[in-house]
Write a protein that binds this ligand. Sequence first.
Ligand code: CP
Ligand code: NVA
Length: 306
Amino acid sequence: MRHLLSLADFSKKEILEILEIAKNLKTEFKKGFYSKPLENKILGMIFEKNSTRTRVSFESGIYQLGGCGIFLSSNDTQLSRGEPIKDTARVLSSMVDLIMMRTSDHARLEEFAHYSKVPLINGLSDDFHPTQLLADYLTMQECGKDKDPVVAYIGDGNNMAHSWLMLASKMGFTLKIASPKGYEVKNEIYQKALEFAKISGAKISLMQDPKEAIKDADVVTTDTWASMGQEDEKKERIKAFSGYCVDSELLALSKKDSIFLHCLPAYRGQEVSEEVLEGTQSKIFLEAENRLHAQKGAMVWLHQNR
Ligand code: CP
Ligand code: NVA
C-alpha cells in the first residue's frame, strides 16, 4: 500500500508520473471536461488544523474526478475526545477509498498509515507538506523553471523548508536555504536530503545570509515565520527574522526573470513585502490553483498504485 506522507517515499520518476497525470487533468479542466477516473470513490478528509486551499482543492478535486469528499473536522469527530488513531484508521479505511489528513505531529500520520487499508495523503504536518510541493514543482514546470534551477528558500526551517529539501534532493536541483540561527531545518531531515542528493546530484546548502542564498536564484520562496501552532512565539519570531523579508531589494539579487513562490497564507510586511507578493515575478495564484491539479494527479496515481 502506497501512502503520500512525504516526497521522501517517492522516486523522481514517480513524482514526474504524478505531475504528468496532473497536467492531463488540468488540460481537461481548462476545456470544461472531466474524465472521472475516480468515479464513486470516497475521500475522507481529516482536518486537525485550519485550511483554505488544501480543503477546497481536495474537495473540489475528488468531485471533479467523479468521487465524493467527506470533510471531517477534528472538533466534530471522536478523535478530539481521544479515540486512538489506530482505531480511527481501521474504521475510516473500511468505509472510504482514500484519506487525507492534516495534523501537527508527523508520527500521527505514520501511525494512521500503518493501520489504514487505503492510501493516506499528508495534507500538512509539522514536518512536511508534500502536496504543496507537487503544486510548486508543477508551477516551476509551467514557468520553464524546472531545468537545473537554483532555488532559494528564505526563512523558517519549517515544514515547507523540509519539503523543499525533499523535492530538491529527489529531483536533483540546487537548493539554498537561509534561516536565522535557532530556526534552521531539522538536522535529521537535512541528512536524509544529503543522502538522496548523492543519487540525484542535487546541490543543497544551508546558510544564514539571505543575500547569499538568493544570489542568482531562478526561484525564490519563503513561508510564514510563525506556523500554525506557533502563534505564541509570534513576537519573538518577528524579532529573530528581521532582515529575512523578501522585498524588492532582496529579490533584485536573484536572476532578472526569477519567479517568486509562496504556499500562502502570506503575512505582508513580514516574510514578504506587498510589492513582491503583488509584483510581476510572483506566481502565487498559479501556484495555489495548481494545488487542485497536482492533488488530483496524486489521488489518481495513488489509486492506480494502491
Ligand atoms: N498552502 C496551504 O496549505 O494553504 P491552506 O492552509 O489554506 O490549506
Ligand atoms: N508553515 C505553514 C504552512 C501553511 C500552509 C504552517 O504550517 O502553518
